[in-house]
Design a protein around this ligand. Structure first.
Ligand SMILES: [Zn+2]
Length: 394
């Protein structure tokens, strides 16, 4: 154990974060010589949280890294695939499947699920906020609500889900971008008043840093917004982080500030909103004239996607527990409608309801533990998500 109460890479790779019943299972199967039995297991989810119609698959890269070097084959939909829990016919959609001697992956079921359940929840909530923002900027500001060891996971997942920027330094490094942020209330308090803080920010920050002033520390938002215009040359936006106790009607506050800025000849200054946002509030405030959003808790504390891993084939024979569909399945997807279908025959692509022939959607990532496809850059995965989101709704 290191200084903090977190598992390090080696702990995870050694299986120490798994549930003890997997370790016991290994012990028992080992005593009966059954650890080498060839099995196929798949990852599915029965239904999505909060009645989401779709979700964004995320976290598979970490799963691949964990299984790399083990005697397993791993297939998965590409990270960033927008998927539904079930096909139109109601069959649970396998987003990944693993194959090999059961002893090779028995103990890694828990961490494998942990990688994709949490990251997919965060990526999906981010995608929903990005869709709700209708082209406006959404930044991921939620690292402070979770254990700091999770910051890079939160930021990578939210970026892949469609957030335009992330706030943590380590998260930005993992994503391959610059961290995004504005100024905290503490800066205004420490500088003594808003005008001094706005001036100091403009004079001190590198020109590459966006000029965004936080305008709700002491006075009314529209009063401080005009102070920011006067004190910070090149002001790009004002940030409203209005406390809950003052939010009678946040949409009206946005409209008022927008009006005041326009009235004084500053249509170029945007209105950026943070604090207690989710996809529904983003949608409402976008309609009221907000230009950008910082979303925190609802993204980093997004509901997890409850994937489960289940054995569906043993020794070449289909088998499954109650509630699961046995047998080796292949996932196909329509290149146009992006709909999925599951078949038992890899060589018989089903037809989509639109008439198009579907394509095999899975990627073989590992063969006997050897990586077949290179890691993808986060911005490429994000681009794929944004493409699929076109025409989708929350
Ligand atoms: Zn189609």
């Amino acid at each position: 154990m290191g200084k903090f109460f977190t598992a390090n890479d080696e702990d995870i790779q050694r299986g120490l974060t798994t549930d003890v019943y997997f370790q016991r299972t290994e012990e028992i199967l080992g005593s009966r010589g059954l650890l080498g039995v060839h099995t196929l297991a798949e990852f599915t989810v029965a239904s999505l949280p909060e009645s989401w119609p779709w979700a964004v698959l995320c976290g598979t890269e970490e799963m691949v890294r964990m299984f790399e070097g083990k005697d397993v084959d791993l297939y998965a939909l590409p990270e960033g695939s927008v998927f539904t829990a079930r096909t139109k016919k109601g069959i649970k959609l396998p987003v990944a499947r693993i194959e090999g001697p059961y002893g090779q992956y028995c103990s890694f079921e828990a961490p494998a699920l942990g990688f994709i359940c949490y990251a997919s929840g965060v990526a999906t909530k981010s995608a929903r906020c990005k869709l709700a923002a209708d082209g406006r900027s959404v930044l991921s500001f939620g690292v402070r609500r979770m254990h700091p060891a999770m910051a890079p996971v939160i930021d990578r997942s939210s970026f892949i889900g469609g957030c335009d920027g992330v706030s943590s330094l380590k998260g930005a490094e993992v994503v391959g971008t610059k961290a995004s942020g504005t100024m905290p209330h503490s800066l205004v308090i420490m500088m003594g008043d808003q005008r001094a803080a706005f001036r100091a920010y403009g004079e001190t920050m590198d020109p590459s840093v966006a000029r965004v002033a936080l305008v709700d520390t002491f006075y009314d938002e529209k009063v401080e917004a005009m102070m920011a215009v006067e004190e910070m040359p090149g002001l790009q936006a004002v940030r409203l982080d209005t406390p809950g106790s003052r939010r009678g009607n946040m949409a009206d506050i946005v409209r008022e500030v927008r009006w005041e800025l326009d009235l004084h000849g500053h249509p170029e200054v945007g209105v950026f909103v943070t604090g207690g946002l989710d996809e529904f509030k983003v949608k409402e405030l976008a309609a009221a004239g907000a230009n950008g959003f910082g979303v925190g808790t609802s993204i980093s504390n997004a509901p997890t996607v409850d994937f489960a891993m289940d054995i569906v084939e043993k020794d070449g024979m289909p088998i499954a527990k109650r509630g699961k569909f046995a047998g080796r399945k292949y996932v196909f997807r329509c290149p146009d409608c992006l709909e999925y279908e599951v078949t038992l025959d890899r060589n018989a692509p089903p037809r989509c309801s639109c008439g198009k022939e579907m394509r095999w959607a899975e990627v073989k990532v590992l063969e006997k533990g050897r990586r077949l496809v290179p890691e993808e850059r986060a911005d490429h995965i994000r681009e794929r998500v944004l493409q699929q989101l076109k025409g989708m709704s929350i």
